[in-house]
Ligand binder design. Structure first.
Ligand code: ADP
Length: 602
């Protein structure tokens, strides 16, 4: 049986497929990026809103404070009499008190020249009292009668703050200026320590508040000469020349909100990696799913290939089996026809054998008849001679008128012809070729017939016959003639054997019957079978006699006939010497006794 060469796994085609499917990951990445960016933006927008609201809340809380405080009598009194220490003290205390109540960083009162008259930190080392702030832009603005706001570093504290300045008095007649500084340092603290960064740029684009210390006071855009000049004049930052803030636009997702009232921009910056990470995870999951799909596909393809291969193998095996069956059938047909021929030949051989056996039996019979003819002719000659002399004697008696005696002669002649007829009848029964199928035969008359034919020889040898046969007739399955032929042969053999020894000579004939059949034994007190004869006597042409005496066919014929009748012939020697032959015959249904020819030789 030939098998297909094992194919290598289709890994190469799987890799090719993977390369073809890989572009599918790109839209997945885009989709995931858009999704996570949107999510992050939404989240950051809310955070930004919160921070803006917080910042605005802080600023607005203090926006109106300067105008309100400007109306307080203690401050106005000081402005009208700046040199009065009592008024200075009263104003200082008031400002300290209000600062404490509002949470402002510092509050102070300037006269129209920018000199600080009173301050909430009057008793602190960094007290503003006596300092001049006329350089601050809010001073100029407020002097012109407007409420104003300004981002800047405290010149003494260094803290970032938003300054609200409000004029006291009428526009065009400003008595003084009240300044409230809001501390912005605390606003940064609220922004916490998250990956997102917050930064607030002022109108110059300079970072004033941020969650990252290294970004502070950096310029988010290039500054113009005018802006440089203003920075130098107003000094809002610790440096006069802010360094540029170099932000990698790709590294951050930026959202901004303008604060109109201050001119600031609040921005929240989310690092791009916050999006990259889930996107990478999503792509990895997608890739893994794709890989699993590919593997499953590969597995399915492989299983399908195995299945197809198995089907192909099965089909091939089936084809081969069919071929073998066909071959076997052809062989068997050839064998069958040969067997038929052989059977035919056997049948022919069998028929020829049967014919040959038949011929043999007949030949044996004729040969036996030949050997018996001498004694038979003697038997017939005897009565013939007697008849002749009775007839001649009868004639003489009649001539002398001795009619009664002549009648006696005639009666004797009649008896003698009866005896001759009997002899001839025995011969006829013997020579007849009978049917092959076993028939019902009476045993004792057959024995009588066989004995009758050999009676003369037996008497000549002076053989004593010892019969042990029951009165009742034994019916056996045999053939009338065949049984007689067998018995005749066996008795002739016994007489042959007895002739070789000195008297007394005896023949025993006995028979018994049981359910299995009839058992007839013939014993003589002759020399018995030689060891060789016991083995070979049943073979055709085995004889120990001279060629004139025997052909070696007798027992061969008897054996064949017995087996054909379903019986058996057993050869043995009697313990006391002499041959012991046993005939086993099958039982037959009893029937009417055949008219037995009169045994005139007994
Ligand atoms: P044949 O009588 O022509 O020799 P048989 O087949 O009848 O052939 O017998 C074969 C041989 O068996 C005889 O030659 C003889 O040696 C032996 N045999 C047969 N019957 C007897 C017997 N009653 N006693 C001794 N030997 C016998």
């Amino acid at each position: 049986m030939t098998t297909a060469p094992p194919r290598r796994p289709r890994w190469r085609s799987l890799i090719l497929l993977a390369l073809l499917l890989a572009p599918l990951l790109w839209p997945l990445q885009q989709l995931a990026e858009r999704y996570y960016s949107t999510q992050l933006a939404e989240q950051n927008r809310q955070t930004l809103d919160l921070y803006v609201a917080n910042l605005l809340g802080t600023l607005r809380r203090f926006e109106v404070l300067p105008a309100i405080l400007g109306g307080l009598p203690a401050l106005r009194d000081l402005l009208s009499e700046p040199a009065d220490p009592a008024r200075v003290d009263a104003a200082n205390r008031l400002l300290t008190e209000v600062r404490g109540a509002t949470g402002a960083d510092v509050m102070y009162l300037l006269d129209p020249s920018g000199l600080t008259l009173a301050s909430s930190n009057w008793d602190q080392p960094d007290s503003f009292v006596g300092l001049n702030f006329s350089f601050r832009p809010y001073f100029q603005e407020a002097l012109s009668g407007r409420l104003t706001g300004f981002f800047g570093l405290g010149t003494t504290s260094g803290r970032r703050g938003y300054y609200y300045a409000a004029p006291i008095g009428e526009p065009g007649h400003v008595l003084g200026i009240l300044v409230v500084k809001v501390n912005l340092d605390d606003a940064e603290k609220l922004w916490g320590n998250t990956p997102e960064q917050v930064l607030v740029t002022d109108g110059h684009g300079v970072v004033i508040l941020t969650s990252r210390a290294d970004w502070r006071f950096r310029a988010s855009r290039p500054l113009s000469a005018e802006e440089h000049r203003r920075i130098a004049a107003e000094q809002p930052y610790p440096t006069l020349d802010p360094l540029p803030l170099a932000l990698d636009a790709n590294a951050w997702l930026i959202q901004s909100r303008e604060l109109a009232e201050t001119g600031w921009t609040v921005s929240i910056l989310a690092p791009h990696r916050l999006v990259d990470r889930p996107v990478r995870t999503a792509v990895a999951i997608g890739g893994a799913a794709l890989l699993v799909l590919l593997l499953l596909l590969g597995l399915l393809l492989q299983r399908r290939r195995h299945y197809l291969e198995r089907i192909a193998l099965d089909a091939q095996a089936r084809r081969e089996l069919e071929l073998r069956v066909l071959e076997r059938t052809r062989d068997l047909e050839t064998l069958n026809s040969r067997l038929k021929e052989e059977v035919l030949e056997r049948e022919q051989a069998q028929q020829e054998l049967i014919r040959a056996q038949d011929e043999l039996v007949q030949a044996g019979k004729l040969s036996a008849l030949g050997t018996m003819s001498a004694s038979i002719s003697h038997e017939l000659n005897q009565p013939l001679a007697a008849i002749r002399s009775y007839a001649q004697n009868g004639e003489v008696l009649l001539d002398h008128g001795r009619v009664e005696e002549a009648r006696g002669n005639l009666r004797s002649i009649g008896e003698l012809t009866g005896r001759m007829a009997s002899i001839i009848a025995h011969l006829r029964a013997f020579a007849r070729r009978d049917r092959h199928a076993p028939e019902r035969v009476a045993l004792q008359p057959a024995i009588d017939d066989a004995l009758a034919l050999l009676a003369k020889r037996r008497r000549a040898l002076d053989v004593e016959l010892i019969r042990d046969l029951p009165e009742a007739t034994f019916w056996v399955q045999a053939g009338e003639t065949r049984l007689r032929q067998v018995l005749g042969n066996l008795l002739a053999n016994a007489l042959d054997a007895l002739s070789e020894k000195a008297p007394p000579r005896r023949i025993w004939i006995s028979a018994s019957q049981d359910e299995e059949g009839v058992r007839l034994t013939l014993r003589d007190n002759g020399p018995g079978f030689s060891a060789e004869a016991l083995v070979h006597a049943r073979e055709p042409f085995f004889t120990t006699k001279t060629s004139t005496q025997g052909l070696g066919l007798g027992l061969a014929i008897c054996d064949t006939l017995m087996r054909a009748l379903g019986g058996e012939l057993l050869l043995d020697n009697h313990p006391e010497g002499g041959a012991l032959l046993t005939l086993r015959l099958r039982n037959a249904e009893p029937g009417a006794a055949l008219p037995s020819p009169e045994d005139t030789f007994a």
